[in-house]
Design a protein around this ligand. Sequence first.
Ligand code: 2NL
Length: 360
Amino acid sequence: MSDLSQLENETLAAIDSAADEAALENVRVAALGKKGSISALLATLGKMSPEERKSEGAKINALKDKVAEALGSRKAVLKQAALAARLASETLDVTLPTRPSALETGRIHPISQVMDELTAIFSDMGFSIAEGPDIESDDFNFTKLNFPPGHPAREMQDTFFFDAKADGTRKLLRTHTSPVQVRTMLQNPPPIRVICPGRVYRSDFDQTHTPMFHQVEGLVIDRRAHMGQLKWVLEEFLKAFVEVEHVKMRFRPSFFPFTEPSAEVDIQCSRKGGEMRFGEGDDWLEILGCGMVHPNVLRNCGLDPDEYQGFAWGVGIDRIAMLKYGMHDLRAFFEADARWLSHYGFRPLDLPTLAGGLSS
Ligand code: 2NL
């Protein structure tokens, strides 16, 4: 057998036994590549006599074409086999059940739920909802609200201040949502009926305090706003919120710089067997602070205290969420633990409404 037909047999055998496209490519390079066996043969043509070149050249080129054709058809076979293997391994079982949608697994955080409950209750009573910036001026957070210059809340230990600017003023993270009511009074003529939910910040961190928490404050300004109306509004709010027909309230005298008189409000509850129930029993639970807007605050917000009266209150959302839904550790609210949220969270389309039930 001539060298040429031996090379042909070996090369065609190698092509036939190449198991995949990578192995076939190795065979192609070994035969037809720059340093391949057939390329080497073609390079010898230059040193041959014209007659020899004519006969040998035709044979070598015929071999080259034959090998190229064999490579091409083997490649097509291997490609087809690879596709068939992929199709067999990547089957899709269309009979499998679908994954639950985000509407099924997603949950509304209890803070958002309680905020939605509060806005539903107060909207129903004709209140508007107002929001404002988390970063506030010292003036709107303290001065306009009748905080005296040396008040402890104005100290670094209690409040997050930004660095002072060249003119000496310093911004801060609001410590309550009252600056939103200040803005409302400065921008809108009375009568005012507004609630202001939002984040507030205090430099405090332990079992029952987090540096960021949530508050809803309410404000009513009118010519004859009075404490009797304040009591009615709070009673209607608390009955709706704890979802009972009757709830006893207790007003205790208190102090806030921005109200006079000021009161803290407790609601009736029972704590039998570790479970809190509202509207029954003879225990009391402190739930909010309130009062008649201080005349200095009215004046600071452009209102004449001889013409207008106001009442206001403030509730900690995190605290009333814990009480209503039986959560014990405030810090869990902000840990973003999906297991906690799937246990305590609310279904996304069950929006609280007075008609449809707040928390059902
Ligand atoms: C509490 C007490 C309170 C207010 C907030 C208020 C706002 C303005 C004027 C007068 Cl602009 N008052 N807000 C009044 C009384 C109490 O919050 O313990 N909150 C958790």
